[in-house]
Design a protein around this ligand. Structure first.
Ligand code: NAG
Ligand code: NAG
Ligand code: NAG
Ligand code: NAG
Ligand code: NAG
Ligand code: NAG
Ligand code: NAG
Ligand code: NAG
Ligand code: NAG
Ligand code: NAG
Ligand code: NAG
Length: 548
């Protein structure tokens, strides 16, 4: 009898252990444990995520396409696992990728435009092939601000002709920010385990903060841009958007590394290169803040306050959290200012560099397509297609083509082999470098600069430096509703999330990830900020009690 009681107690304990957190919060480690223990299969996980997408997509338009082969791929990966082969931590884990990353399968890669519907690449983008090799299931394509927000002065974040209007889930009609809008919303709501986004200036960081998730904007050159629809070779980068720092680190470890098809990746320092790439997951050290020197460029905070009246809750949350850093053993260095901030604010260099790069880099991407149904080979072609198709397609002229018109201006416009390009690039490298972020890091011997995420992207963007954003808080209940440019979306209002950013030297991702992880572990803000709308399907867990 005594023995029987003992058995009953063991049975109860085991049955309590395997409760998987909701897919709204499940981490890659949780999913991996469930797959390893046989609680569910990758096929079941993919099925659950597709149901979740179907539940919220009619309102949020976060996903443009579901991979028609996803279930078959998951079944193959389940079979591999059954045969005893595990490719690593991402084996069987469903991931969504932004709709500007090409895949050699049934999915389209359009940057949200009808111009590229039906276009075919010659193979997978490097980052997509790396995810596949790591065992991830490419579940589908996430919506984006069309052309990664490089077309119009009158569009909205998260809108694309071929994907509709993405919305955030923290207040009805929330501006999801962009341009990796669908990746932000999808990671936040658990429409996949995590997502890839791309950034030229803010496109990972900003939708990550507005959707209450972690975003890693890697150094330009750490992740290959091969077969990703570009804006700028000097600023574009591919990075993870995930619910936790560690989940983002899993994805970054899978996609980082040299690629002969993107020679910027040859700048990866020898001591970082494969097979010695840092294990970004191992960088997740809860004590990483101890002994860290973190600088605050107060002149940046002052400048932003003067041209953005609504930054107050973000600023006060930022200053309130400083004691947490010092309590954790970090040193805060105030007034680690960016010496040439004034020149940065008035500089036209970044716009010129992006316009010139887009002309050259878009033509280069288009030249690699094997099928190109609309014969679009240049920005001029694309501009003409956009203007001459029916208004209900590309929504021209309401959503104008101001950015392209400027780039293609017969007098002011030029591409990046024009002699006029070089001085603008040098200006950027100085304003973000010695006169900005890198100068402050060196002068004050810092491990990182910290800033509210709303202020973080621009300085790092123009020099290709890395940034990690982590949830910090949300706008309070008494926040007045502030609409976006077109008046359709709520840009700021009660419950809209925001983040804190860690900015560092090129290829210093491991350090930034450590700092961000330690901060995340001590604050756990994500779980305190709740969406108003979330999908409800969960993966069904096979009871393993009966196996005892
Ligand atoms: C049941 O699940 C738990 C927790 O996931 C795991 O530790 C255990 O090994 C599983 N038992 C069996 C018999 O599969
Ligand atoms: C890709 O676009 C074509 C239209 O050209 C469509 O028929 C097809 O279903 C799309 N692929 C997916 C996976 O949605
Ligand atoms: C890098 O690659 C681009 C296009 O693939 C090429 O035009 C350029 O010359 C290359 N640069 C170097 C330094 O190899
Ligand atoms: C790699 O080498 C550089 C100097 O060449 C050094 O500054 C850096 O700390 C090294 N990184 C790692 C991860 O060892
Ligand atoms: C900031 O407030 C001033 C005075 O109330 C107003 O004139 C200005 O338009 C506001 N700026 C922004 C960006 O909201
Ligand atoms: C940077 O700032 C310094 C100090 O104000 C100034 O002398 C210098 O001209 C600035 N450089 C540029 C390129 O704007
Ligand atoms: C760049 O402009 C030059 C003329 O300034 C032209 O010869 C070249 O074809 C252009 N390249 C692209 C990709 O547009
Ligand atoms: C694209 O070019 C091909 C070959 O020149 C032509 O047959 C086709 O009609 C063109 N398509 C469009 C949409 O202009
Ligand atoms: C686009 O349209 C403009 C104006 O009609 C024309 O001058 C230009 O040649 C067209 N570009 C292409 C590539 O067809
Ligand atoms: C911008 O879009 C709005 C909404 O369609 C429209 O009312 C407005 O006229 C547009 N503005 C411009 C400059 O095109
Ligand atoms: C997967 C999915 O729901 N895709 C939709 C994306 O948005 C476009 C336009 O609203 C729809 O046509 C797709 O069905």
């Amino acid at each position: 009898m005594a023995k029987l009681c003992h058995l009953v107690i063991v049975w109860v304990q085991v049955c309590l252990v395997w409760a998987l957190p909701s897919l709204l919060d499940a981490t890659i480690d949780d999913l991996r444990a469930g797959l390893e223990d046989g609680d569910f299969t990758s096929v079941e996980l993919v099925t659950a995520y597709i149901a979740r997408i179907t539940e919220v997509n009619p309102v949020l338009h976060a996903v443009t396409e579901i991979n028609p082969d996803a279930l078959e791929i998951a079944a193959e990966l389940d079979e591999e696992r059954a045969q005893g082969k595990c490719r690593g931590p991402l084996h069987g884990i469903p991931i969504l990728i932004k709709n500007n990353i090409a895949t050699f399968d049934k999915m389209n890669n359009t940057a949200g435009s009808f111009a590229l519907l039906g276009a075919r690449p010659q193979r997978d983008a490097f980052v997509a092939s790396r995810l596949r090799k790591a065992g991830a299931v490419l579940l589908g394509k996430s919506n984006l601000s069309q052309w990664a927000n490089f077309r119009s002065s009158n569009s909205s974040n998260g809108w694309s002709a071929h994907g509709g209007q993405t919305k955030g889930a923290y207040i009805p009609d929330q501006d999801p920010s962009g341009s990796s809008s669908g990746s932000g919303v999808s990671s936040s709501l658990g429409l996949a385990a995590a997502c890839l986004g791309t950034e030229t200036d803010g496109s990972i960081l900003s939708p990550s903060q507005r959707n209450n998730i972690v975003g890693i904007k890697p150094t330009v050159g750490l992740t290959s841009r091969d077969l990703v629809i570009p804006i700028s070779e000097h600023q574009d980068t591919i990075g993870p958007m995930a619910r936790t720092v560690k989940d983002a680190a899993y994805l970054l470890s899978a996609i980082a590394g040299p690629d002969p098809n993107d020679n910027y990746t040859s700048a990866i320092p020898a001591n970082l290169s494969i097979p010695l790439l840092p294990d970004y997951v191992a960088a997740c050290d809860p004590n990483a803040l101890f002994g860290a020197r973190l600088g605050i460029p107060n002149n940046v905070l002052e400048a932003f306050a003067s041209f953005d009246n609504t930054s107050d809750p973000e600023n006060s949350a930022f200053f309130s959290t400083l004691s947490l850093f010092t309590d954790s053993g970090a040193t805060i260095i105030q007034n680690a200012d960016f010496t040439n901030l004034t020149e940065w604010i008035s500089s036209e260099a970044e716009g010129k560099v992006l316009n010139a790069d887009f002309i050259t880099n878009l033509a280069s991407y288009l030249s690699k397509l094997t099928t190109n149904p609309n014969n679009i080979t240049s920005l001029s072609d694309l501009s003409n297609f956009t203007k001459r198709t029916a208004p209900e397609w590309e929504e021209y002229p309401s959503r104008n083509t101001a950015t392209w018109d400027e780039a293609l201006d017969p007098i002011e416009g030029f591409n990046n082999s024009d002699p006029r390009f070089w001085p603008f690039l040098q200006e950027d490298l100085f304003l973000g470098g010695e006169g900005g972020l890198l100068g402050a890091l060196e002068r004050y011997d810092l491990d990182a600069i910290i800033l509210p995420t709303s202020m973080a992207p621009g300085f790092a963007a123009i020099i290709g430096a890395p940034v990690v954003t982590v949830p910090l808080g949300a706008y309070p209940d008494d926040t007045p509703i502030q609409k976006d440019r077109r008046g359709d979306l709520v840009a700021k209002g009660p419950g809209v999330p925001f983040g804190i950013s860690f900015l560092g030297r090129k290829f210093d991702e491991a350090k930034l990830i450590g700092l961000a992880y330690a901060f995340e572990q001590k604050t756990q803000v994500r779980g305190k900020v709740k969406p108003y709308l979330a999908p409800w399907t969960q993966v069904k867990i096979k009871s393993n009690c009966s196996r005892l």
